[in-house]
Design a protein around this ligand. Structure first.
Ligand code: MG
Length: 422
């Protein structure tokens, strides 16, 4: 008869340094701006010690919430919260299939919550646990958008007055619009689908936007543009070449993820820097982009690829091959995820730029401590962990729904009526 004690399947196979243990893992959904955000709260046996992580996959938040509470909790409750790398590998490998977005969003939330706990236990901000600052603040860009070129540039002027040095420009088009650039009515009469998007018109109009922007805003402001994955590789080359004279800081998501293998040829055909990666869904996916020679900026959703533990590896790989970071962070990233971005921004030599979002007052009410952009700069808190809390009573005042963002993602159709990849 064996005297070997039987180890519960997911117990740590080494001595924990103290008796703090994970006691509860919950997923909390809230939509203070109307966009469903999902936060993972990891509670511990240490009275009042908990961590928060962003698991936001706004189009499928209910599936992520179930993944967290039905699957991840049973793996990690009872474990020592300081074994972050082991817990994340356990969460990742235990599903066997592991590269999908739902699981990796759930794991991201768990991971960021464990880093928050680690910071709180150390009494230090997370960026210090990552090795400390290499810069004082993260330079950010915001989105300027409008129905017309003039409206877009009015918006850009207002952002410049607020201190922004980097601005993304988007103008409304027939058939598609986002982030304040409305979808315009089509003037064409011969479309099979009256509200269709016309790629040829887009390829013609976009250089006109940037020509007007350089005329009005001058040479000093850094300009960016997001294609939203709607071009073929050849069309991407046509667009990039037509924008060369306007010296973009980057051109984002020129092709859909299904065609990322073709990015190196697009990148080789034009000096316009390419930013790609908000649709990466795993560490592996993001690593292939960084190491594949097709991107100048990697912009994964840190709350989608496996959390800070995954993203810091991507930042390290980027540093080694001369790629820069531009982490995804519009309104479908919670303030916790935004803080994780900034922790990496100020600690990584590979930092390029940070996407910013000016959160509504309701978000500040739900997430006390939400970071604010000041004259274009983001700075992390110097308090333990993320320095950001979640007011659950306030969160409940803004219940998450199912109506919005998935409809947005599936809205664009061509002039013949065929769906076009977002
Ligand atoms: Mg984008």
């Amino acid at each position: 008869m064996s005297t070997q004690p039987v180890l519960p399947a997911f117990a740590q196979p080494w001595e924990a340094p103290d008796d703090v243990r994970i006691t509860r893992v919950r997923a909390i959904a809230t939509a203070p701006e109307g966009i469903p955000l999902l936060v993972v709260k990891v509670e511990t046996s240490d009275d009042g010690l908990y961590g928060l992580g962003c698991a936001t996959f706004t189009q499928r938040w209910k599936a992520v919430a179930a993944y967290v509470e039905e699957h991840l909790a049973r793996l990690v409750v009872g474990r020592y919260p300081g074994d972050i790398e082991d817990l994340i590998r356990l969460a990742r490998f235990s599903s066997y299939w592991r590269e999908g977005p739902v699981g990796n969003n759930a794991i991201s939330g768990l991971d960021q919550a464990l880093w928050d706990i680690a910071g709180k236990r150390a009494g230090r901000p997370v960026h210090e646990l990552l090795g400390g600052k290499v810069r004082a603040a993260a330079d950010t860009y915001l989105h300027a958008a409008g129905a017309t070129v003039a409206e877009t540039l009015d918006h850009a002027e207002r952002l410049r007055e607020q201190g922004l040095r980097h601005i993304r420009l988007q103008t409304g088009q027939a058939g598609t619009g986002h982030y304040g650039a409305p979808a315009l009515p089509s003037t064409a009469s011969d479309y099979a689908y009256a509200d269709g998007w016309d790629v040829e018109e887009y390829l013609r109009r976009t250089p006109e936007l940037f020509a007007a922007a350089r005329d009005r805003l001058g040479p000093d402001i850094a300009l960016l543009h997001d294609v939203h994955s709607r071009l073929t590789p050849k069309q991407a080359v046509v667009l990039a070449r037509s924008l060369e004279a306007y010296r973009l800081f980057f051109l984002e998501d020129v092709v859909a993820p299904e065609h990322w293998d073709r990015l190196p040829e697009v990148r080789a055909a034009s000096p316009v820097p390419l930013a790609v990666g908000e649709l990466t869904t795993s560490l592996t996916d993001a690593a292939r982009l960084v190491l594949g020679g097709g991107v100048d900026f990697i912009r994964s959703h840190i709350s989608g690829i496996g959390g800070l533990t995954a993203a810091r590896k991507i930042a390290a790989a980027a540093e080694l091959v001369g790629v820069r970071t531009a982490w995804h962070a519009p309104g479908d990233t919670s303030p916790i995820g935004a803080a994780a971005n900034v922790a990496l921004d100020v600690t990584s030599p590979a930092f390029g730029i940070q996407e910013g979002h000016v959160y509504a007052d309701a978000v500040h009410e739900v997430f006390p401590g939400t970071l604010r952009i000041e004259r274009g700069w983001l700075r992390p808190h110097e308090t333990p962990g993320w320095g950001i809390d979640l007011d659950e009573t306030a969160a409940a005042r803004y219940p998450a729904g199912l109506a919005g963002h998935d409809a947005w993602a599936a809205r664009v159709r061509g002039r013949d009526g065929a769906l076009i990849a977002p």
